[in-house]
Design a protein around this ligand. Sequence first.
Ligand code: GSH
Length: 204
Amino acid sequence: MKLYFAPRTRATRARWLLEELGVPYELVKLDLARQENSTPAYLAVHPLGEVPALVDGDVTLLESLAICLHLADRFPEKHLAPLPGSAERGPYYQWMTFAEMSLEPVVMEFYRHAQLSEEKKADAHSEEALAKHRTRLGAVLDVINEGLSGREFLVGGAFTAADVVMASILHLANTLRLLDGQPRLVEYVKRHTQRPAVRKAVSG
Ligand SMILES: N[C@@H](CCC(=O)N[C@@H](CS)C(=O)NCC(=O)O)C(=O)O
């Protein structure tokens, strides 16, 4: 397997999962600042020039969520995904997609806002939009907080790929100081980002 990767991007979640699985893979690092993701060679792999992309045999996969779902299923003996049809499989899909479809978009609104100039940040329209996003974010975080009530992991009492995806996005939220007032979520992020596989996934 070959993972196309760039540091501090959504590709880290795929690399983290590969490290958790402990399976061999080739890492192809792209320097986004040098636009190595815009070469004809890479556009032939990912037509949008985004990372990650995973080549697994004859199949090339785009989308970090699809890559994580695929990798966790591909090595069932590693127990990083509940089996299809099991009671835990539905909640597993739920948390994977909740992280990607409900949490990530609102966190990205704050990420983009943080990149604005001070002048644009102070703009009334921007302030108003941010207030709306803050309400939405609070509601989304409350759902996750409730889901983690009395549990260490999202699904079935054990670490799964759903924790990789959720903790990755919550980690970004935490660096943006969006988890202030959510101690359970901060603790969840800290616990998961201290895993040895994370250290390997962000190294070198
Ligand atoms: N939904 C896609 C989004 C991929 C994406 O937007 N990747 C960003 C990095 S996080 C990227 O490669 N951007 C290209 C660039 O910055 O030039 C996924 O989850 O894989």
